[in-house]
Design a binder for this molecule. Structure first.
Ligand SMILES: Cc1cc2nc3c(=O)[nH]c(=O)nc-3n(C[C@H](O)[C@H](O)[C@H](O)COP(=O)(O)OP(=O)(O)OC[C@H]3O[C@@H](n4cnc5c(N)ncnc54)[C@H](O)[C@@H]3O)c2cc1C
Length: 316
């Protein structure tokens, strides 16, 4: 029997799950379609400017995650957002650093996009774009839920009918992140956080946050999900024309470059009733923020819950 467990998605849910399973002696391989790790905890360089493009920070409300964050802080991997009044944590030096840290010691197949998963004779066959296929005994999908369900559909995998209907109803909001390089330091408050009306949901100054080098003022502007849904296909230039005049006073100096990160699956609109799904008969699991809750912490809790469920099943 093939004992290898495949985890699809190197976001925080998939990485914490893989670490837990490995710590319990399992053979685990993580497949990630991107070159970078950390999923929506993502960072992008545009010229010399550096932007956190997805999650800007995370909170730690549960006892378990708070204890974990304290450990990461002691290791220097995370720190409080400088000057922020609420308790906002960020990875050091930027959000994608936590993914890199969690990936240490794991077998990770990067730039490996699964396009199809099929179950045959008790084994999962994984079809991967431009790579040889893999065969594994157990499979956990830790991508944003609609992407996980699309993989199962492509492979003709049928879930129990009620579960399938409940999961299909869990949709995600889109987000657009405008990445603005400014001619000089922004006019935003010292902690680098600002809110605005209209299409803008959140603005973060990556220089004041301490991740974009001095002299390269870099502001991430997250647009609201309603605006993103309506204008998703627009170019960065078109979006800048619609958005920048309304925030010009908050930005201060002129914008010298505009880049764009589209997030089709930014955050789940609702959360599933359980922190993960494990189907022992199929050797199939589903995890991620659609299960644990729509934040970094929720995704982490889902990854851990999945490891528990699989361990319980292995013992019974
Ligand atoms: C714009 C934005 C702002 C946010 N702000 C915050 C915030 O301030 N605070 C907060 O706590 N949370 C925030 N979030 C939410 C937070 O980022 C997520 O809840 C959390 O990171 C989800 O982790 P995850 O592991 O479930 O999924 P992800 O991080 O999405 O990881 C899934 C991984 O699966 C990979 N993948 C997908 N399909 C395939 C495939 N076919 N084959 C191989 N790999 C695949 C993806 O590339 C990705 O790396 C924000 C998200 C966005 C997008």
């Amino acid at each position: 029997m093939n004992e290898t467990i495949a985890v699809v998605g190197a976001g925080i849910a998939g990485l914490l799950l893989a670490r837990e399973l490995k710590a319990r002696g399992a053979e685990v391989v993580v497949f990630e379609k991107s070159r970078g790790l950390g999923g929506r905890m993502a960072t992008k360089r545009v010229g010399e400017a550096v932007f956190d493009t997805g999650a800007q920070y995370f909170t730690a409300k549960s006892e378990r995650f708070a204890a974990q964050v304290t450990e990461w802080a002691a290791a220097g991997v995370v720190a409080p957002w400088p000057g922020a009044s609420a308790h906002r944590w960020m990875a050091k030096p930027s959000m994608n650093a936590l993914g890199k840290f969690l990936a240490e010691g794991l077998e990770i197949q990067r730039e490996s996009k699964l396009v199809n998963v099929q179950r045959e004779f008790g084994v999962w066959e994984l079809t991967i774009e431009n790579r040889p296929a893999w065969r594994v005994g157990r499979l956990v999908l830790a991508a944003p839920l609609p992407q996980s369900l699309a993989l199962l559909k492509a492979g003709g995998v049928e879930l129990p009918r009620l579960l399938a209907a409940e999961l299909a109803a869990l949709t995600y909001h889109p987000c657009l992140a405008l990445l603005l390089t400014l001619a000089g330091p922004s006019a935003m408050p010292a902690e680098g956080i600002a809110f605005a009306d209209g299409p803008v949901r959140w603005m973060a100054d990556n220089s004041k946050k301490g991740i974009s080098p001095e002299g390269h003022a870099a502001v991430t502007v997250h647009l609201s999900s309603a605006f993103a849904a309506e204008h998703y296909a627009k170019t960065e230039a078109e979006l800048a024309e619609l958005v920048v005049p309304g925030i010009a006073d908050q930005l201060g100096p002129p914008v010298v470059n505009v880049a764009l990160q589209r997030w089709k699956f930014s955050e789940p609109a609702a959360t599933f009733a359980q922190p993960c799904v494990w189907l022992p008969d199929l050797g199939l699991g589903l995890a991620g923020d659609a299960f644990g809750g729509p934040r970094v912490e929720g995704a982490a809790l889902s990854g851990w819950a999945m490891a528990e469920r699989m361990a319980v099943q292995a013992r019974t």
